[in-house]
Write a protein that binds this ligand. Structure first.
Ligand SMILES: [Zn+2]
Length: 103
């Protein structure tokens, strides 16, 4: 089943069936895991999504070959993923941090 672009109401098309997604974690963000996945593109508006992740990460940050695996990803196939945090979340975290400092 193909993904649907909600605003355009059309099926997306496979754009790249072999992207490697680099998940980042922690603050500041660090490469954490590498996953194989598929990229789909809306033929109308051009927005792309990534789905079709395999059952597990190809590489994880604690493995000795992680840096080499990161370096081997062709630039055209690499996609990066970061945790999105709203300004409100960041402000909340810094307030917690200040509260801890004052205790
Ligand atoms: Zn679209």
């Amino acid at each position: 089943m193909r993904p649907i672009c909600v605003p355009c109401k059309v099926q997306m098309r496979p754009e790249n069936n072999g992207v490697q997604v680099v998940y980042h974690s922690q603050t500041p963000p660090q490469p954490y895991e590498i996953w194989d996945a598929d990229e789909w593109k809306c033929p109308k508006c051009g927005h792309c999504i990534i789905t079709g992740f395999g059952g597990g990460a190809l590489h994880q940050h604690w493995q000795p070959d992680f840096a080499a695996a990161l370096a081997r990803i062709p630039a055209k196939d690499r996609r990066d993923s970061f945790e999105w945090r709203s300004d409100a979340d960041q402000e909340h975290e810094s307030l917690d941090y200040i509260a801890e400092m004052e205790e």
